[in-house]
Design a protein around this ligand. Sequence first.
Ligand SMILES: Nc1ncnc2c1ncn2[C@@H]1O[C@H](COP(=O)(O)OP(=O)(O)OP(=O)(O)O)[C@@H](O)[C@H]1O
Ligand SMILES: [Mg+2]
Length: 486
Amino acid sequence: MSVVPQPTVTLDDRFARELSEMAVPWQADEAPDPRLLVLNVPLAAELGLDSKSLRTTQGSRLLTGTFLPPGATPVAQAYSGHQFGGFSPRLGDGRALLLGEIADPAGGIHDLHLKGSGRTPFARGGDGLAAVGPMLREYLISEAMHALGIPTTRALAVVATGRQVRRETLLPGAVLARVAGSHLRVGSFQFAQTTGDVGLIRRLADHALARHYPDAAHSEHPYLALFEAVMAAQAALVAQWMLVGFVHGVMNTDNMTISGETIDYGPCAFMDEFNPAAVYSSIDESGRYAYANQPVVAEWNLARLAEALLPLIHDDQEKAVALATDALGGFRRLYGDAWTTGMKAKLGLAGNPDDSLQSLIDDLLALLQADRVDYTSFFRSLAAAARGDTDPVRIQCDDAVGVDAWLHRWRALGPDATALDRVNPAYIPRNHLVEEALAAATDGDLMPFERLLEAVTSPYDERPGMERYAAAAPEDFGAYRTFCGT
Ligand SMILES: Nc1ncnc2c1ncn2[C@@H]1O[C@H](COP(=O)(O)OP(=O)(O)OP(=O)(O)O)[C@@H](O)[C@H]1O
Ligand SMILES: [Mg+2]
């Protein structure tokens, strides 16, 4: 008789213990017929989890929160947030649970978290659920981001629950098991701020320092150092989004992490043609979260974090404001430096001095915008041009004279062709492919999802037979729209 392995995992409850005012102990809903749709075997291994046992029925129960290891204390986390600029004092995990913290074999600490696990006391009017399509979407795009080297929450698994979810139609329900450095958000600090309890803000800040920025904890002004560390992490993160053409879509303060990981893949999208005004979210009517606005919004959100930290920065409020304002003044330089360094790498010119490059970069972006060139394909084709074959670049541009002049200037600087292929991805989760894969998965066919996942999780390694994953959207795909709260 074969022995069925039992999933074993040790979950700490440090957040629940240290910040009980922000943690409501709660249970996941029972899933009537749990079925594992996708398991991230490499991530499970990194966490020291046994994939075989996660594939069992008990494993699916663990991944939907209905089988709990001894000592686990699942909680819904409280947070507030500015949503499209308006403040909501009480948001929190309405359909999510923090199962606890896992220590990986190397000693790193990660949250194990569920999304779509049932209503919690923060659910307000929501049903607490999530559908298969949007949870697979988060899995696919977060894993693509990770493969692109961009800090992000990770996806461990998606389990179909066997429960129907009512959206515009009835859809199959699912739970996403998500892994993150933590789920501390700017909105977590805003929640602590709304309580008026400076002791709570301090405990939260100490928790964040210990978890993410231990060096800052030992500095002379640890809370100002915490703010500066988050600011640096977010400046670097948003620069990376911009460099790959990623539009987050809902940069509310509750969707911005303290760790500097990308979180919440609800309405995000990758840009096809280069367009600074690109907006995909159906509810972002004013373009607040448009592509080019993302650094501006990040800075605005960081100002909200600074406000929440003021009582810790200095006892004298005026002095606290002056110190925080001064610190926030560093954001633009941090962001600009990260972006410029990244853009130089995308041009194969990592070693070149900055001064000669600014106009080269500006002229390129103007050309891409005017000719509505596919952003990802253009940069990918630069490696061939650096090797002498400029046709793949030239055929993408209407302005033949303009592109030839630009290529001439660029090639004179000696771009490094090999480096280009390591920086500019061939495969990103293109919107038309994502929609195709999710529609098939919702109808029960996971093959297109698996193929696309395979492409985008090795984004730089161009493979024969995968040409359609590198190609721009067909003309008839039309304008792309995405949705929140799915
Ligand atoms: N179906 C739902 N039922 C209950 N609450 C919901 C539902 N959808 C969203 N919410 C809540 O609405 C708020 C904003 O949702 P948002 O779409 O930003 O987050 P999310 O996608 O649910 O989760 P996360 O930010 O953890 O990825 C959050 O408090 C979230 O928990
Ligand atoms: Mg969210």
